[in-house]
Design a protein around this ligand. Structure first.
Ligand code: ATP
Ligand code: MG
Length: 723
């Protein structure tokens, strides 16, 4: 058997057609689990193996670092050699690579640093403070959101015309200041990476031509989630060879809130007039019960390109539905099922617990810990976001670039060295007044006469510390640079003092940072070690890949981070109105459709077993809330679901802490209780399923014997209790 058939034998005819499609634009629009990612990976292997395309001429882009790594591994497993030289990565990773190569054209220092969103928020807070904006009236987070949103749409401050709009004027001022501060400090935030890389291409025809020539094949996974600037990138780079191969599913577009544009898929054939369109309709991932539930759900969306999806893998188990008494009961139920599955031989790492928002993970974590089940939370606090790591990195960032204001602010008095808040404020005032960086302001101030001798002394000591670290680093390996910083600055002593109980963990983590540095330096290919390492820490979130790759642990993640993945057993939790779909989407049909797509993504992660859970009462942000179960549950065909909920009548005994939420005083005087039999003049008899006391008009959900579930306004419903 030759390699050609090898690559194609594990594909169905449509998939094989897609893999071997002629050069030119190709769009594969297909539902979940139909093999899109598989086709993309095989296409790359086929191009290299059969079409003698050099890995160097291929650009492959996907959404997460995890997916990019997996893609590389999968391609290499299909080929007898390595594919070093091929650009595989996320949009951000690739933009970073481009900017490193062309930092001069990007008007950035060679050692430019990447600002993560926490650093970005800090910087915006400082700007707002300088502008004397009351954070209550002008939440910095909102400015952060607006700035990113503008950048993602390709708009700089100078493109915004704020005339006649007071709010926009403020935003504009903050945006402008923010741009200037970043430029001075030589730092770029995440959306800036993309925007700037795009500008470099646009403004430098020779650079653009070089990459247009080079990338004969550009392959994009999860195409439905590309935003405007990412799409502009792809158009620009592919405009010469038109070798764009995009795979996606409009039904899985879940980043509209971050500027992703499903229109990109819808417009593909206009943009690339002779594009080949391929449909894949067979799902290889899920049983037909799971798939049919997903299909039925997504039918409720009006805005769809419309696709069919079938499977021949058999019905499988029915979907299990559990309506929990409260969120603790929900977590206990999930853990009980995981234990039961384990007894039946299901490995923990075959199980995923998915939820709408990060905050939901905590209870599952507690219960898993209590039951001694190993677990891994994806998208939780990243290794590189930990305090001790950020401290050490801030020193490293100043070594690379002393004008990095965010890094300087973090550690100027950490550990304490007598540089007080007042002193820092005057440094900042000077920097603002002269439009210079904090580092430059310190230099100016310490040369002048305004400071007291003591203040000038401590500031000079600080700059000397950074300069001597810089000096030492010229002869040190990356790994030793890390150790040198930690020891010279005496970080361990700091943590011993701050929180002795966690000092040991922090020590271990700092050692781990050294290991990460060693790993990066072993993979260097002529790049500057420190800048490469710092970019890596900002862009990679992948401690989980290395550290827990072989651990047999239950996987916890938000629905957003589950995209593209698959698990034999999936728990879709917190299926409640207001939580999922999210309350923000309730009165916006477009957002509600996005929530539904998110639910579709969740359902279609499951291969063999799917559990849906919801809680009648959930304590969130310190408040107990009664919720109706998610409308998405109602949208799945009843015959596919087995409801194992306990009768919903109030229980006398609490399941565990906190005490029975049904005794809350706000239920006092409630005309109805869950499980109660009632009659309605038009709909006949039914049972109370849910009570929603939130909002101006309390609602009650009733399952009527004749007409099914109805959501009624409690004040107007004219219900007669039957007991
Ligand atoms: P998603 O929309 O969730 O990203 P996808 O369309 O990218 O899904 P893949 O992840 O590529 O789908 O494939 C889903 C599963 O089906 C994988 O386990 C894959 O290996 C398997 N699969 C795909 N095509 C085939 C095939 N022809 N034969 C056997 N298994 C297949
Ligand atoms: Mg995929």
């Amino acid at each position: 058997m030759n390699q050609n058939t090898d690559i194609l034998t594990s594909l169905n005819p449509e998939q094989a057609d897609a893999v071997t499609a002629n050069n030119g634009p190709v769009l594969i629009l297909a539902g979940a689990g139909s093999g899109k990612t598989r086709v993309l990976v095989h296409r790359i292997a086929w191009l290299i193996q059969q079409q003698q395309v050099a890995p160097h001429d291929i650009l492959a882009v996907t959404f997460t670092n995890k997916a990019a790594k997996e893609m590389r591994v999968r391609i290499e497993s299909l080929l007898p050699f390595s594919i070093a030289g091929m650009w595989v990565g996320t949009f951000h990773g690739l933009a970073n690579r481009l900017l490193r190569a062309h930092y001069q054209q990007a008007k950035l220092p060679q050692t430019f640093q990447i600002l993560d969103s926490a650093d970005q928020l800090q910087m915006i807070k400082r700007i707002c403070k300088d502008l004397e904006l009351d954070p209550k009236k002008w939440p910095p987070k909102q400015f952060q959101w607006m700035i990113s949103d503008h950048k993602e749409r390709g708009l700089r401050a100078r493109h915004v015309n704020p005339e006649g709009d007071y709010q926009l004027q403020k935003m504009h001022t903050v945006y402008q200041q923010y741009e200037e501060t970043c430029q001075r400090a030589g730092v770029v935030d995440f959306s800036e990476l993309l925007l700037k890389a795009h500008e470099v291409l646009l403004e430098n025809p020779t650079i653009l031509e070089h990459y247009q020539q080079r990338f004969k094949h550009i392959l994009v996974d999860e195409f439905q989630d590309t935003n405007k600037i990412q799409y502009a990138w792809l158009q620009l780079l592919s405009s010469q060879h038109k070798g764009i191969f995009a795979v996606g599913d409009d039904d899985q577009s879940i980043y509209g809130w971050r500027g992703a544009e499903v229109e990109n898929i819808r417009n593909f054939s206009n943009e690339f007039p002779n594009a080949q369109m391929v449909k894949l309709e067979q799902n290889y991932r899920s049983t037909s019960n799971i798939l049919n539930a997903a299909n039925a759900l997504i039918e409720n969306n009006a805005q769809r390109l419309g696709k069919k999806l079938w499977t021949d893998s058999g019905e499988g188990d029915r979907i299990t539905l559990y309506g929990a008494f409260n969120e603790i009961d929900e977590a206990e139920y999930v853990i009980k099922q995981i234990n039961r599955l384990a007894r039946d031989g299901v490995r923990h790492d075959n199980v995923a617990i998915l939820y709408r928002s990060n905050a939901q993970s905590r209870l599952f974590e507690e219960q898993l810990m209590r039951s001694n089940i190993d677990y891994k939370v994806y998208g939780g606090l990243r290794f590189f976001d930990r305090k001790e790591i950020k401290d050490a990195l801030a020193y490293l960032r100043l070594i690379a670039n002393p004008h990095d204001d965010a890094a300087l602010t973090r550690i100027i008095n950490r550990p304490t060295r007598g540089i007080g808040a007042k002193c820092i404020t005057s440094v900042q005032a000077r920097a603002n007044a002269e439009g210079i960086t904090l580092w430059q302001a310190i230099e100016t101030l310490t040369k002048g006469t305004e400071l007291t001798a003591r203040t000038a002394y401590v500031l000079i000591k600080f700059t000397q510390l950074i300069e001597s670290l810089q000096q030492q680093s010229t002869t040190l390996s990356l790994e030793d640079m890390v150790t040198n910083v930690v020891e010279t600055v005496e970080l361990h002593t700091l943590y011993e003092k701050e929180a002795p109980e966690s000092a040991a963990t922090r020590r271990e983590n700092l050692i781990e940072l050294g290991n990460a540095a060693a790993q990066v330096s072993s993979e260097l290919d002529g790049e500057d070690p420190l800048s490469t390492f710092l970019a890596y820490t900002a862009l990679e979130s992948s401690e989980e890949d290395d550290e827990t790759a072989d651990r047999n642990c239950v996987q916890l993640m938000t629905l957003h981070s589950a995209k593209g993945l698959e698990f034999p057993v999936v728990f879709l939790t917190g299926m409640e109105e207001g939580l999922f779909p999210h309350s923000r989407s309730m009165d916006d049909p477009d957002q509600l459709e996005e929530e539904r797509r998110l639910c579709y993504v969740g359902i279609t992660r499951a291969m063999q077993q799917l559990f849906l859970t919801h809680a009648h009462v959930r304590r969130m942000f310190g408040e107990a809330k009664y919720s109706m179960r998610s409308q998405f549950i109602e949208e799945m065909p009843e015959e596919l679901i087995t409801d194992v909920s306990l009768p919903a009548k109030p229980k006398a005994a609490p399941i565990s802490e906190p005490t029975s939420l049904f005794d809350e005083p706000d239920m006092e005087g409630m005309p109805f209780y869950l499980g109660q039999h009632v009659a309605h003049s038009k709909f006949g008899e039914g049972v109370v399923l849910n009570i929603d006391m939130q909002g101006v008009h309390p609602k009650v959900e009733i399952n009527f014997n004749d007409v099914g579930n109805k959501l009624l306004n409690m004040e107007y419903a004219k219900l007669t209790p039957l007991e």
